[in-house]
Write a protein that binds this ligand. Structure first.
Ligand SMILES: C[S@@+](CC[C@H](N)C(=O)[O-])C[C@H]1O[C@@H](n2cnc3c(N)ncnc32)[C@H](O)[C@@H]1O
Length: 720
């Protein structure tokens, strides 16, 4: 609990003097917030969701008058009977009201007249508080004060929205905010979950929606120790996050397109490309170290999807906030309201109270999402760990931000898990390495397909054209009823060239490490080739010891395009080819596509494209590790590098650490010095003769070699 989060002494415990003091302090704060605003500022309404400051001042006063003075102060008569219509917000039980979108039309009463109304009610409230106080009066007073604090935050949100519409970008509070220090990488803390208790207990003040306290089950999870920053959000924008339908919820995608969103609310890109944002201090450059604010739930969810994480549920947030003590989690209450993945609903056992005040929160429990925490506009001491804020998922004018969570998959990773073992081994080596096959989760497979479309990536275009040209010759070597066994099949695009030329193939048996790529390819091939049996196998082809089940009983023909063989060093490639020979059997045919050594000026751009797709593909291995193994990599803190190693005749991909940092993978910590790299992939470029030597050493005979025009790419027919 932060000092800000300590509940103030509740009204039920206060002496009369303390009660009057507290009442006057809260009421004065509202007037202090309104003080820098002119009467014109106070009357304008910038959108239906926002209200004029003058209205907030009137409404909070009406609340005390209606729910305390009228029922409980003997002899009190309402200040102005017309005000009930003007300042009732949404209480059906109290009567009709000015439509919310038209609060800005209330030029009367003036801001000054509202001040007089406030003074009248305040004087009457002091009389009430000095009289006998029943528990009900104390309870309503507490609610009224907390209600007014909520409107204090609304005043700031609404005035910011209003000022953001002005070409003058007025500052509510002049002066730039001090630049924030770099908050450092996000650290994901592990929480065991289990049966946890959330919600406010009976003692002390809480809004009705925070009760009853109840038990709920939470699976093991991890929560970031800080909020997502503007700098991280910029990386999302630059990666095309606002243009990728696959990251967005359907409603979110529709909203992005309808509203033309390209950045958080109030962000504007100047002609020189620099971003500014509207703040309570006026328009200022976006501070990369400050938490991102004014993002909708849709944006928060898209960002989480992009970063390979998710939003926390309410129960996770609250369990972590109460378990974390003072230090583990930063920015719990002051930085931004944090969107949760939980829809705003009633806790088990919740019942709205009787009468008009029962309308306070309960009737809004539909179609909104819950946010936790607090923000710079939240009055000090107002919020707490059980506090439930809620907004429609498209709203951006409140200070809504993002704290990421993910499933604690590490608790599911069993000892001996080969992903964990290989990653730990690779990162413990010097220089650090990671196996290239772990690029290929669903996102990695998608990015690889995008790479294949790049103008710089000549490999796919060249190999595809060559395969089309030689398909009849390949087909002539394939026996009737054969099973085409493909190694690292990905989207199985090149497969179709062989299948079209060789209808005698009875079975297609792709082996790939990526279940999603395999699933999608199998589904689309089954549709396109109804007579073909498709028998996919999710496996590491360097370890596969038996053919996919459906291929058994058919003559296997191996197919290994894409120059994936180039990802293996010569001795590994030899071992792999030998193993494939054992798998496919004596007398079998193996068609292998492999790139050929060429000018680095052609090679380098193929692995370091202008659009940064290969960079995203390279960094995705870190995202994959974060998700599956509980890693704490900050992908933005690693730069993509592609270098030609002439001595080894290979392109190397690396991820270079931009700073000194420590990264956790599960329970293992790895130190990175600034400039240190992880070697993530090799793509060997063999001269054709060199490749043939490797194949021969592995026991294959080179039956035929086809080489494309420049840029050269080779396909080999090997026979066992
Ligand atoms: C470079 S892509 C080639 C895809 C496709 N064959 C083509 O030519 O377009 C490599 C493919 O091999 C898969 N892959 C990489 N290493 C693997 C391994 N050790 N075991 C199984 N599949 C692997 C990846 O998931 C990916 O689909």
């Amino acid at each position: 609990m932060t000092p800000d989060d300590m509940p103030a002494m509740t009204v039920a415990e206060c002496s009369v003097e303390a009660l009057v003091d507290r009442y006057q302090m809260v009421r004065r704060r509202t007037e202090t917030l309104a003080a820098p605003l002119s009467p014109e500022d106070q009357s304008a309404q910038s959108m239906p969701d926002a209200s004029p400051t003058k209205w907030h001042r009137g409404h909070t006063t009406w609340f005390f008058e209606t729910f305390l003075l009228t029922p409980f102060l003997p002899g009190y008569t309402v200040y102005d009977p017309a005000f009930g219509y003007l300042f009732n917000s949404y209480y059906e039980a109290v009567g009709p009201r000015q439509p919310r979108p038209q609060r800005g039309l209330l030029t009367r009463p003036s801001a000054q007249a509202v001040g007089a109304y406030r003074a009248h009610v305040d004087a009457a409230m002091v009389r009430l508080l000095e009289g006998p106080l029943t528990p009900e009066i104390r309870e309503r007073l507490e609610l009224g004060l907390n209600h007014e604090e909520q409107h204090q935050e609304l005043i700031l949100m609404d005035i910011l929205h209003l000022f953001a519409q002005s070409p003058l970008s007025p500052a509510y509070q002049p002066g730039a905010a001090p630049a924030r220090p770099d908050p450092g990488p996000q650290r994901f803390h592990r929480f065991a979950g289990g049966l946890v208790e959330i919600g406010a207990c009976e003692a002390g003040f809480a809004f009705d929606n925070e009760r009853p306290r109840h038990k709920t089950y939470v699976a093991p999870f991890r929560l970031s120790d800080r909020l997502v920053t503007n700098g991280e959000w910029l990386a999302f924008i630059e990666a095309g996050g606002y243009g990728r339908a696959d990251l967005w919820l359907s409603e979110g995608w529709a909203t992005v397109n309808a509203e033309g969103w390209e950045a958080p609310g109030y962000w504007r890109r100047d002609e020189d490309g620099a971003w500014t944002t509207m703040t309570l201090r006026g328009r200022h450059p976006v501070d990369p170290n400050a938490p991102v604010v004014h993002v909708s739930y849709y944006e928060a969810a898209a960002y989480a999807a992009w970063s390979g994480r998710r939003l926390p549920t309410e129960a996770e947030w609250e369990a972590a906030a109460t378990a974390s003590g003072m230090t583990a989690l930063r920015q719990l209450y002051g930085g931004a309201w944090q969107w949760t993945a939980s829809a705003y609903g009633a806790y088990p056992g919740f019942k709205p109270g009787p009468g008009a005040l029962g309308e306070y929160n309960g009737k809004f429990m539909v179609s909104q999402m819950t946010l936790r925490g607090g923000c710079e506009a939240t009055p000090p001491g107002h919020t707490r760990s059980t506090y439930r804020n809620f907004f429609h998922p498209g709203s951006r004018w409140m200070f809504g931000g993002v704290r990421l969570a993910d499933d604690d998959r590490l608790s599911e990773v069993k000892p001996g898990d080969s992903f964990l073992d290989e990653v730990v081994k690779g990162l413990s080596a010097s220089p650090k390495t990671l196996p290239a096959k772990y690029f290929y989760d669903a996102e990695g497979s998608r990015l690889f397909e995008a790479i294949c479309e790049l103008p710089e990536y000549y490999l796919t275009r060249t190999e595809t054209a060559l395969l089309r040209q030689i398909a009849p010759e390949i087909a002539a070597r394939i026996p009737d009823g054969a099973a085409l066994v493909e190694f690292g099949s990905g989207a199985s695009t090149k497969t179709r060239i062989v299948l079209d030329a060789a209808p005698q193939i009875a079975v297609y048996a792709p082996i790939d490490i990526s279940p999603t790529a395999l699933d999608e390819a199998a589904t689309s091939l089954r549709k396109a080739y109804p007579n073909l049996a498709v028998a996919p196998l999710v496996d590491d082809f360097t370890k596969a010891m038996t053919l996919p089940e459906g291929a058994k009983g058919h003559t296997p023909v191996g197919f290994f395009p894409g120059s994936t063989i180039g990802n293996f060093a010569p001795d590994e490639a030899e071992a792999l080819l030998r193993q494939a020979r054992t798998l496919l059997g004596e007398g079998s045919l193996f068609i292998v596509g492999a790139d050929v050594a060429k000018d680095p000026a052609v090679l380098i751009p193929a692995y370091d494209d202008a659009q940064g797709v290969t960079a995203a593909f390279n960094r995705n291995v870190l995202v994959h590790i974060n998700r599956e193994l509980g890693g704490t990599f900050d992908p933005a803190a690693f730069t993509h590098k592609a270098v030609w190693n002439a001595q080894e005749s290979r392109i190397e991909m690396h991820l270079e650490s931009t700073r000194d940092q420590i990264v956790m993978v599960g329970d293992y910590g790895f130190r990175f010095a600034a400039g240190e790299t992880i070697h993530t992939e090799n793509s060997y470029k063999y001269p054709a003769e060199a490749f043939e030597q490797i194949a021969k050493r592995a026991g294959w005979t080179v039956a035929q070699r086809w080489v494309s025009e420049n840029p050269t790419f080779a396909v080999y027919a090997l026979t066992a």
